[in-house]
Write a protein that binds this ligand. Structure first.
Ligand code: ADP
Ligand code: MG
Length: 738
């Protein structure tokens, strides 16, 4: 019955699995140098794509160089010349550097050449030697010269390799130059006339894509600039296409095969709707939409896998609770995992408060046992006392707890649910894949519905590239009535003094303030000293008349919670803190945040921190203090980055915009990093730059899988194989969430 049609592989498979990859025939030092670049097979070598290309097709006459320089030619020039003079390396005065000076010439004229710190050149170049020289034009003491030109000498009979062509420049190492890589590629390509093209011909034609073999040849050895563009188009498409094929396939497979729990849609009297009616505010349109999407998912027979992306303060928690209540209404339990104790405790407070409004307090439930619909909520963290923990675990196992909130403590072995129906992961990027998976596995029967949430939002078109196997809800709207936060940079002591005055003024009118200190270094515990000693200075010298509190990560849990509740109650007016307050502090009366050494924080972190203020009806102020001289950003790229980071936080509260700046600064690798396992590497595609191609690839993937869900058709065999090869072992068959 089983009819396996296998496409005859024609030629070399670019993304072959490990068993089909052809090892490189390199040994010793060469092999080590290649391995350093991640090249171990022919396939790796072919996919060692150039960083960029330089056009060396045009040869210049030396006579013309002066005019070119005058016209402001920037970029390399290339001449065919003979060495006329070459000096020995000479030590530059007052410096460790050496310099070689020489002269090259062709029939039209001569030009000076100089190299720095390249003593070997004096042994390679002798007067009379002929070759091609390419480099940048410059002037020294008013005289035209070529600075540090690279060259290729003409030896008898051998055709020059790097001249008269468009030359790819490869990521290289000290032991293996771009030119050497180019030679290896030349030899390897010459030996392999056929390269498998897995795209059905009709599709390639419709998208005007060149064949893969041609693309591969042209990216490494183009004849024209158009060759490079066409090659790049095709190779980028291939990468994002198999990626999308895999993501969509994974999602569909899950929907077809994994048994989930179908919860009834909530009606008027349901817990979820009663809860929404009792909220002290109206849901935003975005929250409404997200709740509807979640309800639709929970109603399906297969498990929900949804990501909620939302601004800091956009009200994700309410949507998550809506999901929990739908499951609870249907006799299931809900788990809600947060990355820090402070956040878990804040959730515990908020959730109970909101549920009290809708269903009365838990105590009253005990009085009217059987009548009250009030869900039972428990908190479990690493510092829950043993006896209490024991009791919570029991209640959870017997199904007496409806909603279990907590930290990583939720995924310990000892935690067993009676009937877990929905799992929420807040701030999902702060958990590893395996932690998210373990929470899901807590369900005794059926796969639970999974909702993951993040406050570092990326636009939908981008999210498709990374989270393409999850459904996406975006909360792009802040609740009404939020007052703006004014954000300013404070550079140096005078500015800081003004920030202190601002704190005094706000506290005088009844508000509260945060002063946040940076972690100097994850491994370095000196942050504690600094927050601690600063708290002392602030309490005793700066604000002796104010009530100053301190909270940091190394405090005992009970002390931390005590410090937080003193701040919540208003007893503490100024809270000196480390980043433990980054998430999960909801004190609407706090209106000032002074971030010290703001340059040490990442962009997303600053945005999150700032989200602690502006939560109430009052105008709020955020001050980002730094001792760096930001003006030096013009010349010092590191400071330039800091300036851009702080500047963007100051100029916008739009998390999507900030996420893009962050992406630009840190590279998109981090996005894939956040997904961790189960995501193939991208070697040539840049999801930021190639969003249009991503969309096209997504559409194609959906269309093909609509027609042929298992990719069984003969013309899809090679694609299916490539898709499997690109996804790490088994990740296509395993449920991935977030
Ligand atoms: P985040 O999306 O950052 O997790 P939260 O869920 O913590 O945001 O919500 C932030 C604050 O806004 C909370 O105090 C919450 O009660 C409140 N909130 C949520 N939704 C609304 C709304 N529609 N209108 C007014 N306030 C809201
Ligand atoms: Mg939140």
């Amino acid at each position: 019955m089983s009819q396996t049609v296998s496409a005859q592989p024609k030629g070399l498979e670019l993304y072959g699995s490990s068993s089909r990859r052809e090892p490189l025939r390199a040994t010793g030092k060469r092999a080590r140098a290649l391995a350093k670049l991640g090249i171990e097979s022919i396939q790796d070598l072919f996919q060692h794509f150039p960083r960029y290309h330089v056009d060396r097709r045009e040869l210049r006459m030396i006579r013309d160089l002066a005019r070119l320089a005058e016209e402001g030619h920037d970029g390399d020039v290339q001449v065919h010349a003979k060495v006329k003079k070459i000096g020995p390396p000479i030590r530059i005065r007052n410096s460790k550097r050496t310099m070689i000076k020489g002269k090259i010439g062709d029939e039209s004229g001569e030009i000076d050449v100089t190299w720095f710190n390249q003593n070997w050149i004096s042994t390679r170049l002798k007067p009379g030697v002929e070759g091609f020289f390419y480099g940048r034009l410059g002037t020294f003491r008013g005289k035209l010269q070529m600075t540090a030109p690279r060259f290729e000498l003409i030896r008898d009979g051998k055709e020059p390799f790097n001249v008269g062509r468009i030359i790819p420049i490869y990521p290289a190492t000290a032991d293996l130059s771009s030119d050497q890589l180019r030679r290896l590629l030349w030899e390897a390509l010459a030996k392999r006339p056929e390269i498998l093209d897995p795209l059905p011909g009709e599709l390639a034609r419709r998208l005007s894509l060149v064949p893969r073999g041609e693309a591969l040849r042209s990216i490494h050895f183009p004849d024209t600039r158009e060759d490079v563009l066409r090659a790049r188009n095709r190779l980028v498409f291939d990468e994002v296409f198999t990626l999308q094929l895999g993501l969509v396939y994974r999602k569909r497979l899950l929907e077809r095969t994994v048994q989930g729990i179908s919860h009834p849609m909530p009606d008027e009297d349901s817990l979820a709707e009663t809860f929404v009616r009792a909220l002290p505010f109206e849901l935003t349109r975005a929250q409404h939409r997200a709740c509807e999407e979640v309800a639709g998912d929970l109603n399906q027979k297969y498990p929900m896998h949804r990501l909620i992306e939302g601004e800091v303060g956009s009200g994700k928690t309410v949507v998550a609770l809506y999901a929990c209540l739908m499951a609870i209404d249907n006799g299931h339990q809900a788990a809600f995992m947060a990355p820090t104790e402070v956040l878990a405790e804040q959730h515990h407070l908020t959730v109970n408060e909101l549920l009290d409004r809708a269903f009365g307090s838990e105590e009253s439930r005990n009085l009217f046992a059987g009548l009250s619909k009030r869900p039972t909520v428990r908190l479990l963290t690493g510092s829950t006392p043993a006896a209490q923990r024991e009791q919570v675990l029991n209640e959870v196992a017997f199904g007496d707890v409806d909603l279990l909130l907590g930290t990583h403590a939720l995924i310990q072995d000892a935690v067993e649910f009676y009937r877990l129906g929905v799992a929420i992961v807040d701030e999902q990027h702060r958990f590893g894949v395996h932690q998210r998976k373990r929470l899901r596995e807590k369900a005794a029967v059926g796969e639970p519905d999974v909702l993951v949430m993040t406050a570092t939002p990326i636009p939908r078109t981008l999210a498709v590239s990374i989270y393409g196997d999850l459904d996406l809800s975006i909360l792009d709207e802040l609740p009404k009535g939020r007052r703006p936060i004014s954000t300013e940079l404070a550079v140096g002591d005078a500015d800081r003094e003004r920030a202190y005055q601002l704190i005094r003024d706000e506290v005088a009118s009844g508000r509260q303030a945060f002063i946040v200190y940076a972690l100097r270094d994850e491994s370095d515990r000196s942050e504690l000293r600094s927050a601690k000693s600063e708290a002392k200075r602030i309490a005793e010298d700066l604000f002796p008349d104010l009530r100053v509190g301190l909270v940091h990560g190394d405090m005992k849990s009970a002390d931390k919670e005590a410090a937080m509740s003193r701040f919540r109650s208003g007893e503490t007016q100024v809270l000196v803190a480390t980043t433990v307050v980054e998430v999960g502090v909801d004190v609407p009366n706090a209106t000032v945040m002074l971030v010290e050494d703001a340059d040490r924080f990442g962009l997303a972190q600053l945005h999150q921190l700032r989200g602690r203020i502006g939560r109430g009806e009052h105008q709020s102020y955020c001050v980002l203090a730094t001792d760096l001289d930001l003006d030096r950003g013009d010349t010092d790229p590191a400071i330039g980055l800091v300036r851009e980071r702080l500047g963007s936080v100051a100029s916008t509260r739009d998390g999507f915009k900030l996420a893009m700046v962050d992406l630009k600064q840190r590279g998109e690798g981090q996005l894939f990093g956040a997904r961790q396992s189960g995501m193939p590497q991208l070697k040539i595609a840049r999801v930021l730059e190639h969003q249009e191609t991503v969309k096209q690839a997504r559409d194609m993937a959906v269309r093909i899988l609509d027609e042929d869900p298992e990719l069984r058709a003969y013309e899809h065999q090679a694609l299916a194989r490539e898709m499997r090869d690109r996804f790490p072992d088994e990740t296509l068959d395993v449920v991935q969430s977030g």
